[in-house]
Design a binder for this molecule. Structure first.
Ligand SMILES: [Fe+2]
Ligand SMILES: [Fe+2]
Length: 473
C-alpha cells in the first residue's frame, strides 16, 4: 500500500485503490479494491484529487480494526478510514454552517456578502480590532457575522462536538486515538478540510494533555471559580480543563480561519502560483477578520476562551508570531498554533511541496527545544515541548500496510524496503516493520523478517530521523 500522486500512476501496473476515495459528503466515491483504470483515474483528476492510496492487485489488503475477531467488523472500515469519514463529515458541516453546502459556492456567496458588508461598514472595519468601536459599527458587525454563520447550524455542530468530547475523544478513550487524517483535499474545500483537521487534532491533543495533567494530580479548573477556593494557592495549583473549556477551545479550532473567506482573502489564498510578500501581509489580517466575525456573534459572546484561542493562534512563545508578537499564551492558543502549523505543512500548496509528516514532527521537536546562546542567554522556543509530546501521542505517522523505505543513520540511501506491521504507542516514528527487500544486496533473503524499530535506534523510516533526546521507553 502506497500513497502516490495521480501523475505517477502507471496503468500497466494493475493497481487497485487501497483505501476508499471519499467525496466529502461522507459518501464513498470509490471503494477500496476498485481497479485504477483509465476511467477511474480521469474521474479522480476531474474531481480535483491529487493523490490516492494504491496497492498491487494481488497485494494483501491490511485492515486496522478497532475490534479483532468480530466477523462483521472485518467488513467495516479501518479506524483510519473512520476518522477520515468523520473529518469529511465535519468539513461538510463547517461549510454548511456558512449557509451553503457546497464549499465552492459558499465562497462565492460569502465573497458577495463581504462586498455588501464593505458598503455597510467603514472601510477596514473587518481587518482591524478596535476596542472602542462605535455602537453603530458593532451592530453592523453583529448583523454581518450572524448572516455568514448560521446560529442554528452552529448549535447543531456544538452538540456534535459534545458527542465527540463525551464518546470518541473522551479522556478515558483518548489512549486509543491515533489520528492520520485524510489529506485528500478537493479543490475549493481546502479551508474547511483544514479547519476540520485542526479541530480534531486540537481536541485529541488537548484531551491527551488533560489526561497527563490528571495523572500529575491536577484538579478541575472549575474549582478556580468556586467561592471557597484559596486564590493565593492558585499559582501553585495544577488544573485540568473542564468539558466546557474543552468545548470552547474545540469550537475555536474548528472555526479558527473563517476570516479567510472575507475581504478578498480567498482570492489570494486559493490563487494558482506564488503568493508575494504584500499578499502575505494581507493574508495575515485573517486573524483580525476571523475575530471580527466571531467576537460579535451571539454564539461566542460568553466564550472568551474561544476568542483568545482564535486571536492568538499565530502567536509564538518566542515572540515571532503575529499580530501582536505575544509571548505569554494560553495553552489552547499554543496547541492550536502547533497543530495549525503541522496541518498546513503536510499538504502541497501552490508555492511549495508538502513536507512529510515525520519531517514536520521533527521540526516541532526542534522548535520546542529551549536553547542557550554562548553567552548563557536562554532562548525561548516557538512551541511548548509538553504539548508537542501530547500531540505525538495521538498522531499516526505511518499506517499499517504502508510501504516505506528504511535507512541506516550512516547512509543517505535506503537499505530496506519494508511494510508497516504494527504501531508502537507514543512513538509513531518507530513502528514494527516487516522487510520486503534489501536494496544494498538484492540476493539477501530478508523477506518476512520482522524488526521492532523501537529497539533499533540506528534505523529510521523515510525522511524521519531520531530527533528526540529522551531515551525510548
Ligand atoms: Fe490562521
Ligand atoms: Fe489555520
Amino acid at each position: 500500500m502506497q500513497k502516490i500522486t495521480l501523475d505517477e500512476i502507471d496503468l500497466n501496473e494493475e493497481l487497485v485503490l487501497a483505501r476508499p476515495v471519499i467525496l466529502g459528503t461522507g459518501v464513498k466515491g470509490f471503494s477500496s479494491g476498485v481497479p485504477v483504470s483509465e476511467t477511474v483515474l480521469a474521474a479522480l483528476k476531474r474531481l480535483g484529487f491529487h493523490e490516492v492510496w494504491v496497492r498491487g492487485k494481488d497485494e494483501q489488503q491490511v485492515h486496522i480494526l478497532s475490534g479483532d475477531d468480530d466477523e462483521e467488523e472485518a467488513d467495516q472500515l479501518s479506524k483510519t478510514e473512520k476518522y477520515s469519514l468523520l473529518k469529511n463529515d465535519i468539513a461538510v458541516s463547517l461549510a454548511d454552517i456558512m449557509t451553503e453546502k457546497d464549499p465552492q459556492r459558499e465562497m462565492l456567496r460569502i465573497r458577495n456578502i463581504s462586498r455588501g458588508a464593505g458598503a455597510l461598514m467603514k472601510r477596514g472595519a473587518l481587518t482591524t480590532l478596535d476596542p472602542d468601536r462605535p455602537p453603530s459599527q458593532i451592530k453592523a458587525l453583529k448583523i454581518f457575522s450572524e448572516s455568514v454563520i448560521s446560529v442554528k447550524k452552529l448549535e447543531k455542530f456544538q452538540s456534535m462536538c459534545y458527542d465527540l468530547i463525551e464518546k470518541e475523544f473522551a479522556p478515558h478513550e483518548i489512549d486509543k486515538v491515533q489520528l492520520n487524517l485524510n489529506d485528500n483535499r478537493i479543490e475549493g474545500s481546502y479551508l474547511f478540510n483544514h479547519m476540520a483537521n485542526c479541530g480534531l487534532y486540537f481536541l485529541a491533543t488537548l484531551q491527551r494533555y488533560n489526561a497527563d495533567l490528571k495523572k500529575k494530580g491536577a484538579v478541575s479548573s472549575e474549582l478556580k471559580y468556586s467561592p471557597g477556593f484559596d486564590h493565593k494557592k492558585r499559582k501553585e495549583t495544577l488544573f485540568f480543563y473542564s468539558d466546557e473549556e474543552v468545548m470552547s477551545g474545540t469550537l475555536a479550532a474548528f472555526m479558527h480561519d473563517v476570516g479567510y473567506l472575507h475581504d478578498g482573502m480567498a482570492e489570494i489564498l486559493f490563487k494558482d502560483g506564488r503568493i508575494g510578500p504584500e499578499e502575505h501581509n494581507i493574508l495575515k489580517k485573517h486573524v483580525e477578520v476571523t475575530m471580527n466575525v466571531i467576537q460579535y456573534h451571539i454564539f461566542f459572546t460568553n466564550r472568551p476562551l474561544a476568542k483568545t484561542t482564535i486571536e492568538n493562534h499565530h502567536e509564538r512563545l518566542d515572540g515571532s508570531g503575529y499580530p501582536k508578537h505575544k509571548t505569554k499564551l494560553h495553552t489552547f492558543a499554543k496547541i492550536l498554533g502547533m497543530i495549525d502549523c503541522f496541518d498546513s505543512m503536510v499538504i502541497d500548496r501552490p508555492w511549495r511541496k508538502k513536507f512529510s509528516r515525520a519531517k514536520v514532527l521533527e521540526w516541532l521537536y526542534d522548535s520546542s527545544e529551549v536553547k542557550t546562546t554562548p553567552d548563557g542567554t536562554i532562548v525561548e522556543p516557538m512551541f511548548d515541548r509538553d504539548l508537542v509530546i501530547a500531540f505525538e501521542q495521538i498522531l499516526m505517522l505511518y499506517e499499517v500496510g504502508e510501504v516505506v523505505d528504511l535507512y541506516h543513520v550512516k547512509s543517505t540511501d535506503p537499505i530496506f524496503k519494508c511494510v508497516i506491521k504494527e504501531q508502537n504507542k507514543g512513538r509513531p516514528d518507530r513502528p514494527v516493520v516487516e522487510l520486503i527487500k534489501c536494496y544494498t544486496d538484492p540476493n539477501k533473503q530478508v523477506e518476512g523478517k520482522v524488526l521492532n524499530l523501537k529497539n533499533l535506534k540506528d534505523l529510521y523510516l523515510g525522511e524521519s530521523t531520531d530527533f528526540r533526546k529522551e531515551p525510548i521507553v
